[in-house]
Write a protein that binds this ligand. Sequence first.
Ligand code: DCP
Ligand code: CA
Ligand code: CA
Length: 365
Amino acid sequence: MMEQRIVFHVDFDYFYAQCEELRNPELKTKPVAVCVFSDRGGDSGAIATANYVARKYGVKSGMPIKFAKKRLKEVSDAVFLPTDFDYYSEISQKAMDTIKEYADIFEYVGKDEAYLDVSKRTGGSFVSAGHLAQQLKNAVRNSTKLSCTVGVSVNKLVSKIASDFKKPDGLTIVPSDKVETFLDPLPIRSIPGVGKKTEEKFVEMGLETISDLKKLDVFSLNSMFGRKTGAYIYNAARGIDDEPVSQRQEATQYSRITTLKQDSKDYDFLAKDLERLCEDVHATILKDNILFKSVGIQFVQSDLSNKTKSKMLKNSTSNLDELKKTALQLLRESLDDQKMPVRRIGVKVSELSQVSGQDNITRYF
Ligand code: DCP
Ligand code: CA
Ligand code: CA
């Protein structure tokens, strides 16, 4: 029997835009939209996020920059900024270092969110967890000036929903005996992974709230969505989630290495293994919703010395062909002046960033 768990979900408020406000406090009273400009030039591209002043005008993550500009046409002090991922990463790391101190188990999810298992240090008490969450919020503000929102409950799922409930600078505590009261009136869309399309299906059936959703038995949900997703939605509506908070830090690179069947410096022979390694790495970065901007290869030579070579791409990508192409090009270049045969070969991707709009249902299994 598992003891009473207590889990925090911490989410930094309007993250990129808040980072911009930190280094330029004059922005705080103005509408601020952070833009991912595409390489087509002009205003083509999408809004990464916006501060709450801009949100009042309907500016949202994912919206084309052109639409956002239209919405803010009448507002003379509106500010549109390009993204500065390195700077956001720096702030994120500092804030994450602060948060970690409050966890028994710390699970990094992305630049602006993390789960913390605090069962041990709170002894399963929600009163004590409430104090701890407040302390954490204060500590983040002291170390970085960032505001964040915290959801507190018995599991990751309900805490994630709770942290979405009241933002920015929110703290929503859902003790074990309040899970049902908390979830029932919420729109079905509040369940992580339930997007517009899924929501529409339910609306057609006359179901709008999580309470309505509970009228469906697990078999109906299975036949609508398949067994895995059906079961997920069935349990989510009841606040059931057993997934543990699992220790995870921010990855700075993903790599794979293998020992060759025999030492060699033959391009075709090495290329075969290298391509397979690329496919392996690629599967992981897809699962983790990661983009990379740098590709590197590594040789361990027959005398066990190392040789590495890497290349920075023009844009961040998650494309397998680009990964393979770059790795093979590096292989070709490395073999040009290769004296010793190669014993082991490896590939790595780094300069990582998160894919935007990653809230896709498969991420929750
Ligand atoms: N992001 C992005 N593109 C999206 C969604 C998000 O580039 N379609 C980036 C910018 C956000 C960051 O990810 O700052 C975190 O996303 P959240 O969904 O948590 O949103 P915010 O932190 O911006 O706002 P909120 O205050 O609602 O948490
Ligand atoms: Ca956020
Ligand atoms: Ca988030």
